[in-house]
Write a protein that binds this ligand. Structure first.
Ligand code: HEM
Length: 409
């Protein structure tokens, strides 16, 4: 085991990940934490896997910068993908980040999100009715297409008040744009990502023009709120507005789909935890946190050092790119008891699935609500659900989830 773990740690190469890694990255993460927690990779990047090191990097915003203008230039050149990713708040530092974040946080207030709950319950119940009808008709049910992915599309669509008939392309645009953030991308993925940004921008320009002409209720409609800005005169430029709307629409899609999909698959694979949650539905809040920890939808984050700094006993020069492995930190035995086991009642559970520090996920209250309603109502309606064939993984290192999960309800 030890020799094997050392080989895994020594051989780890983010530019050449194996099918075994995509299927189950956790043995590699364990080996890295144990033998090379601040590992220098061939391409000069440092890969961090310890919980405490990730927290230190996330919390020291000045030294661990999120600004990607330098890093993305060789990857994307002067392209729509470059403009998009370097304009979105997640890849900027203060003061640009602070301005945009304040406006977005104002629009995603806990009150606005609590008001969404009745509609969200109604949406989930409609989807469950459809699943039941499909199952009774002897048709194959897909946990992702028919359920997990259908929820965030509607929720984010409602948040920006995108007309229902226009939501069709949102998911594929989102998959293409976020897919281009993988450590290595093919020429096709690059073209797909650029086309998606261009088409998305075209669409949003028209939507924003319509909304300017007929504003919605800024208490409910995030797009109207972002267009109007703050009372103190703070406004987004047109470019910031369009790219941050794309980011918002993307940020909440795949991640939340994966929370719901990963959760229902993990529970079906661990019948005792599934049964415990069915018998104690009041555990749903801790169960959602545990799913976020155990199979984090977003496994990797990136930062670049702005000065020489010591981290985990290793000196990093100024300008060093670092990858923060959330998936590994969330199973660090120095932070979590029995970390490789799913425990739906786990407390405390200070996982890093939403990161921490200045860039901590701005949509986490909404994501938690979606996860809790979707998973609890699914379990209540189909307590005997079972996988019906092998689930198909998304094949991504950054966004961990399934493309399809055949299921019998
Ligand atoms: C399970 C679902 C989700 C997960 C696991 C997740 C995870 C994350 C993580 C890890 C970050 C920090 C990235 C970094 O700095 O490196 C982040 C940022 C962000 N997320 Fe989420 N997210 C989820 C859902 C959502 C939703 C539903 C929304 C919006 C509706 C959202 C909006 C954002 C925004 C705006 C940021 C950027 C914050 C900033 O840079 O200040 N996320 N998310």
């Amino acid at each position: 085991m030890t020799a094997n773990a050392r080989e895994l740690a020594d051989g780890f190469d983010i530019e050449n990940l194996t099918p075994q890694f995509y299927a189950d990255p956790y043995p590699t993460y364990r080996a890295l934490r144990q033998h090379a927690p601040v590992k220098r990779l061939r391409n000069g990047l440092y890969f961090l896997t310890r919980y405490d090191d990730l927290v230190a990097a996330y919390k020291t915003t000045k030294v661990f910068s999120s600004d990607k203008k330098k890093e993305f230039l060789p990857k994307y050149g002067d392209s729509p993908l470059y403009e998009h990713h370097t304009t979105s708040l997640v890849f900027n530092d203060p003061p640009a980040h602070t301005r945009v974040r304040r406006l977005i946080m104002g629009a995603l207030s806990p009150r606005a999100i609590a008001e969404m709950e009745p509609n969200l319950i109604a949406l989930v119940d409609r989807l469950l009715d459809r699943l039941a009808a499909k199952g009774q008709g002897g048709m194959q049910v897909d946990l992702i297409d028919d359920f997990a992915a259908a929820i965030p599309i509607e929720v984010i669509g409602n948040l920006l008040d995108v007309p229902e008939a226009e939501r069709g392309p949102l998911r594929n645009w989102s998959l293409a744009i976020l897919g281009a953030l993988e450590p290595v991308i093919s020429a096709q993925a690059f073209t797909r990502g650029n086309n998606a940004v261009t088409e998305f921008l075209e669409y949003l320009k028209a939507l924003v023009a319509r909304r300017r002409a007929r504003p919605g209720n800024p208490e409910r409609d995030v797009l109207t709120r972002l267009i109007q800005g703050e009372d103190n005169g703070e406004r987004l430029t047109e470019k910031e507005l369009l790219h941050n709307c794309i980011f918002l629409l993307n940020a909440g899609h795949e991640t939340t789909t994966n929370l719901i999909g990963n959760g229902l698959v993990a529970l079906s694979e661990q019948p005792s935890q599934k049964q415990r949650l069915i018998e104690h539905p009041e555990l749903i809040r801790t169960a959602v946190e545990e799913i976020l920890r155990f199979e984090s939808s977003n496994q990797l984050g990136n930062r670049m050092t702005t000065e020489a700094v010591e981290l985990g006993g290793v000196m990093l020069a100024s300008g060093t790119p670092v990858t923060l492995c959330i998936g590994a930190a969330n199973r660090d035995p120095a932070q979590f008891t029995d970390p490789e086991n799913l425990d739906v009642g786990r407390t405390p559970n200070r996982h890093l699935a939403f990161a921490t520090g200045a860039h901590q996920c701005a949509g986490m209250v909404l994501a938690r609500l979606e996860g809790a309603i979707a998973i609890s109502r699914y379990l209540a309606r189909f307590p005997d659900y079972a996988l019906n064939g092998a689930p198909l993984r998304g094949g991504r290192a950054r966004f961990r989830g399934f493309l399809s999960v055949p299921c019998a309800v």
